[in-house]
Write a protein that binds this ligand. Sequence first.
Ligand code: HEC
Length: 298
Amino acid sequence: MSQMPAKGSSVLIATMVGLFAIAVVGGLLIGKRSTPKNPTLEQSSSRGPFLYQGMCASCHGPEGRGDGVSAQNLKSAPRDFSLRPWKTLIDLPSIKKVIVDGIPGTVMPGIKNALAEPDLDALAKHVLKLADQNPSPTMKVFSKTDQLAIDAGFVLVANSSAPLLQLEDEQGNKSKLSDYKDKTVMLHFWGVQCPHCLKEMQSLLELEKSFQEKSFVMLHVCTDEDDAKVAQQIASKYALGIKIVIETSGIGLARYEVQSLPAFWLIGSGGRTLARSVGTKDWASSSCKSFIANQILK
Ligand code: HEC
């Protein structure tokens, strides 16, 4: 799907930029014409949805489900606002910032100063409302895997090739993520300066042990300590017997979009991405165990 000839993609980008410009200018014109001097409550509460439909729905979809008419042609999918994780915090100031600045390196455009503050506010409030709705009924019929993922707090991701990771343990043994191609890998990104990461180390180790007979491996990748010995020492204090690694290429973490800790990715055998999640969990729960067991079978 993403293998498009270079010519096609530049035409596509030009089309997207064009569409967006029309959306912004259109939004502005409509904005100028119809902003009432004293908006009644009803009018002002419809302002956000109105701006959203004009400026954002072509990509994010009419209900914010990430299924706008242009969405299919984009290299990175527009956010389905109802799903987690987001890259930013889900609150008004952060949403406003994303609307103004866009997300550099993606097709998510920034509108700069195209909207006056009250309009920006109304638009951001509407996005927040869309973010608050129940997780995606776009997947109209939930498969068993979808349901297991939701229960466990994971989001299934597009099955694509897992980014490279170069790892090293406390003894200086080097390995790569691709060395585990025949297994299901759970990447656990943690930090020595992340207290809640340390707190759940023991329960993660137990989860790891409960699957050790299967073709499953958990890689505990420390993200904030360059010295593997130091990181290992700290981890061992919380979970005796755990084996940690550090990432040495320096670019691996960005490729996994690790922005807050702990973060998790499941990589299926063959090195394909399956699911991701952010935040601590009750790893002893049956929902987490069933979800991971279900992923190992694949
Ligand atoms: C050209 C298509 C396009 C348009 C138009 C567009 N977006 Fe996006 N948007 C995206 C894509 C793609 C992403 C996901 C980028 C990524 O993280 O890879 C995104 C991400 C976002 C996010 C998620 C930020 C996060 O932290 O994850 C928000 C919020 C957002 N858009 C709001 C808007 C709003 C509001 C508008 C209208 C003013 C808008 N977008 C218009 C494509 C678009």
